[in-house]
Design a protein around this ligand. Structure first.
Ligand code: CP
Length: 306
């Protein structure tokens, strides 16, 4: 594996290998180990983020530093892209500075692949979220969180609630859950926030929380991606009335249901504040796991023998 652009080429063995390595970067209490092998000594990681990010960008930075890398946080606003420099020339310039790992977030689907195609012989690209397409490291950290809490993927019912249409996280999570053999994957959303023929994703489709959450083990909540919608197409009030995941919604699910959210969260829109702060929520565990998973992915790209 030279780049991580998608999960679609991984099988269960490969995915489980990544999760097992990630667990080695965590203590039994679920914290990141204090001392990790310097798998990225002498390497430079560049965060190339053309869209905002809190979790992904910060955890890639922490992960790279833990492994002994130099980290370059490329600031688009003060870069020469503002003077007309093309993406190609920016990437080739960074490669000439001996950047080894390009962590790329972009609002256009396929940009990480485009950058991978530009890097002829050397360099690795990690997709940190492209448009509505994929967010593979988010899915990996989500799978790690499920594994820690539920152990076996083969008997789970999992519902993804929210804006499936615009969500790269939903696409990557569904891929990963299918690879790991989850037998019951559901999506719950209004028709306007579902792709045409959503069933073709290999999921069951529901339009109400009461039916879709029945007896599920895990609820993955997604925010409405307002930045990818026309302002008039969406009413926050209407959405909240039908799809906000509240403590009452949890009563439809299993008693020990887990609530996940990739963040950023909008308390009181797609998820009630009491749910975020409840014992069902593993949202902050997901954030910590993001460091372990990103340490693993970068270690594997730089050291394929691991
Ligand atoms: N989950 C996620 O990608 O969050 P950020 O946009 O803050 O990176």
């Amino acid at each position: 594996m030279r780049h991580l652009l998608t999960l679609e080429h991984l099988n269960a063995q490969g995915l489980n290998h990544i999760l097992s390595l990630a667990e080695q970067f965590l203590t039994p209490e679920g914290k990141i180990v204090e001392a990790a092998p310097a798998y990225l000594a002498g390497k430079t990681v560049v965060n190339l983020f053309f869209e905002p990010s809190t979790r992904t960008r910060s955890t890639f930075t922490l992960a790279a530093k833990k492994l002994g890398a130099e980290v370059l946080n490329f600031d688009i606003q003060s870069s020469s892209t503002k003077k007309g420099e093309s993406l190609k020339d920016t990437v080739l310039t960074l490669q000439a500075m001996q950047c080894d790992i390009f962590v790329v977030r972009h609002n256009e689907n396929g940009t990480p692949q485009l950058i991978a195609d530009l890097l002829k012989e050397n360099g690795h690209v990690i997709n940190a979220g492209d448009g509505t397409h994929e967010h593979p490291t988010q899915a990996l950290l989500d799978m790690l969180t499920i594994k820690q809490n539920k152990k076996d993927f083969k008997h789970l019912s999992i519902a993804i609630v929210g804006d499936i249409l615009h969500s790269r996280v939903a696409h990557s999570d569904i891929q990963a859950l299918k690879i790991l053999g989850v037998p019951d994957i559901r999506v719950i959303a209004p028709k306007s926030l579902l792709p045409d023929n959503a069933e073709n994703l290999g999921v069951k489709v529901f339009h109400s929380l009461a039916t879709g959450l029945k007896d599920v083990d895990i609820i993955m909540v997604l925010r409405p991606q307002l930045e990818r919608m026309q302002a008039n197409d969406f009413s926050k009030e209407e959405y909240c009335k039908q799809y906000c995941v509240t403590l009452e919604s949890l009563s439809y699910a299993k008693r020990d249901v887990l609530v996940m959210h990739p963040g950023p969260i909008n308390r009181g829109l797609e998820i009630a504040s009491e749910v975020v702060d409840s014992t069902h929520s593993v949202i902050l565990q997901q954030v910590t796991n993001g460091i372990a998973v990103r340490m693993t992915v970068m270690s594997l790209l730089a050291n394929p023998q691991l």
